[in-house]
Design a protein around this ligand. Structure first.
Ligand code: PEP
Ligand code: MG
Length: 561
């Protein structure tokens, strides 16, 4: 066995097995401390301008092959790199005699500070500027540009973390798997990897120390990585994959437990392209359309007509299958350039989601109008829900607006503990609820979902989270209104059994996860699920909860994870 051979563990966030050479995403370079000062400012200025031009060209080349979501981000970066004001600011720094990369870095920092003080759209561009800085500094140092390199052969990608925009540009043909040393299980990067069906593991300490090109095998279901695997290990992973495929091939159609209790299996989507992909798969509809993905990275809100066209496309793709659209959930990790209410100390606890809609009713009303137009045009099975509802009053306010416009079904997300604890009140105002377990976990445990280091607290098996879900379902049962799940918890086949036992009526997830959840439900009857739910809630911690449920489950479940 080679010196490199070892096993690393992390948190599996997208199931599946992959074996391939490791490609490490280069971290951003920093100006060297011993950099020579600039003695010929004119020559250095020419070199910087040439480099900025090369960076802009590189970004435009990437944009040409990117999808609708990533394209504007890359184009914005290219525009920044071509900004004569930036080149001028770097010249000023060079004239003080600073080293060339230090001059670039300091000029960009000054530019960023200015943009941030302007707020709004300009502040949003700071990320693009920093990206331009890192690419420019890398080129000046003769190093590879940071970020995802163009993959020429099927590879496993490793990084500290990936930005959602980077993840969105990955192709499943060349990216066999994703491993990050940081990142959290409910970060939007993990969500996108699952959406793409790429096996992925986050929080894998040590992965960045593995040399470039080393063969690695990963199992995104259990979160295990074998570095430089032996032939037997590769074979055993392939056998596991074959067993998983065999177990998954058995089921199709609607989700039900073994004794026939229905649990709808739905897809999470973010774009019209996702909708077409998911509609072609064996799913019962859409449980969460993250509509804010239409609004991000734009400097103006999409018009009613633009939105109507997108919603019509999505509803048409699903025919009479249900489509749950969540109204704009902006703020915190999804800031909107054109609906910025100013800086906040704690954006995740600030005016985000419905709280933003309450101030920018124009944005909400345009969206509801577009949804109404699309519904009328298609006669689709449209359900509309609001994000971040905390109180009965908020639910009533939203429901009144949706009903006034004439839309048929109105619901709320339950992702704030207050709404879960008072779910009877909240559900009395609306037709349905969907549990956003990602935020519900974050707010129940007071642990930032973006913070990978807090992943134990953010574990979806935390008994406190299960208790909160229990209370939410109780309100659903008492009002007779359905309560589903659309957070990442819904796509975990073992936890799906617990959620069914707690009383949820639908599970929505990345479409690639539906098969495993369907199979898990079909192997167990409802009383078994209820016993599992009770055992998980009686556990002292997330690991114990998961283990006790696994011990109660059909042995085939081990192959499904
Ligand atoms: C959630 O919070 O669980 C959810 C589904 O919404 P998002 O992940 O988009 O915040
Ligand atoms: Mg949420």
């Amino acid at each position: 066995m080679s010196d490199l051979h070892s096993t690393l563990t992390g948190i599996g966030v997208s199931a599946g097995v992959a074996v391939g050479p490791l490609v490490i995403v280069n971290p951003p370079p920093t100006p060297p401390a011993d950099e020579a000062p600039t003695t010929d400012a004119a020559a250095a200025s020419t070199q910087v301008r040439d480099t900025l031009k090369a960076v802009a060209d590189g970004l435009l080349a990437k944009a040409a092959n990117a999808d609708a979501h990533a394209k504007p981000i890359l184009e914005a970066g290219a525009m920044m790199a071509g900004d004569p004001g930036l080149a001028g600011a770097i010249d000023t720094q060079l004239q003080t005699g600073k080293g060339i990369t230090r001059a670039v870095s300091d000029a960009v920092d000054e530019y960023c500070a200015m943009f941030e003080s302007l707020g709004g759209y300009m502040a949003e561009r700071v990320t693009d500027l920093r990206d331009v800085r890192d690419r420019t500094v890398a080129r000046l140092l003769g190093k590879p540009e940071p970020g995802v390199p163009t993959l020429t052969a099927p590879s496993v990608l490793a990084a500290i973390d990936l930005a959602p925009a980077e993840t969105a540009t990955l192709s499943t043909e060349t990216c066999l798997g994703i491993i990050t040393s940081a990142g959290g299980p409910t970060s939007h990067t993990a969500i996108l990897a699952a959406q793409l069906g790429i096996p992925a593991i986050v929080q894998a300490a040590g992965i960045l120390d593995v040399p470039f090109g080393t063969s690695v095998a990963l199992d995104g279901g259990v979160g295990e990585i074998i570095v430089d695997p032996s032939d037997e290990e590769k074979q055993s992973l392939q056998d596991r994959k074959a067993r998983r495929e065999k177990a998954l091939a058995a089921g199709s159609g609607k989700g039900t437990t073994k004794d026939g209790h229905p649990i709808q299996l739905l897809a999470n989507i973010g774009t019209a392209a996702d909708a077409h992909k998911a509609a072609a798969m064996d799913v019962e509809g859409v449980g969460l359309f993250r509509s804010e993905f239409l609004f991000l990275d734009r400097d103006t809100a999409p018009t009613v007509d633009e939105q109507t066209a997108t919603y019509t496309e999505v509803l048409e793709a699903f025919g009479d299958r249900k489509v749950v659209v969540r109204t704009l959930d902006a703020g915190a990790d999804k800031p909107l350039a054109f609906a910025d209410l100013g800086e906040e100390e704690n954006p995740a606890l600030g005016r985000r989601g419905i709280r933003l809609s309450a101030v920018r009713t124009d944005l909400l009303d345009d969206q509801l109008q577009a949804l109404y137009n699309a519904w009328k045009a298609t006669n689709g099975n449209l359900w509309v829900m609001a994000p971040m509802i905390a109180t009965r009053q908020e639910a009533a306010w939203f429901a009144e607006r949706v009903r006034a416009i004439g839309l048929p079904k109105v619901g709320v997300m339950i992702e704030v503990p207050a709404a879960a604890l008072r779910s009877f009140d909240v559900l009395s105002e609306v037709d349905f609820a969907s549990l956003g377990t990602n935020d519900l976990g974050q707010y129940t445990m007071a642990a930032d979902r973006m913070q990978g280091e807090l992943s134990v607290l953010l574990d979806r098996w935390q008994p406190a989270l299960l208790d909160i879900i229990y209370y939410a379902c109780d309100g659903g049962a008492k009002t007779g209104h359905p309560v589903g799940v659309c957070g990442e918890a819904g796509g975990d086949p073992l936890l799906a059994l617990v959620l069914a036992g707690l009383g949820v009526s639908s599970l929505s997830m990345a479409a690639s996860k539906v098969r495993a959840v369907r199979t898990a439900l079909a192997l167990h009857d409802l009383p078994q699920c209820q016993q599992m739910a009770a055992a998980a809630r009686a556990s002292v911690g997330p690991q114990e909860a998961r283990e006790v449920v696994l011990s109660m489950a059909d042995p085939i479940m081990r192959d499904l994870l």
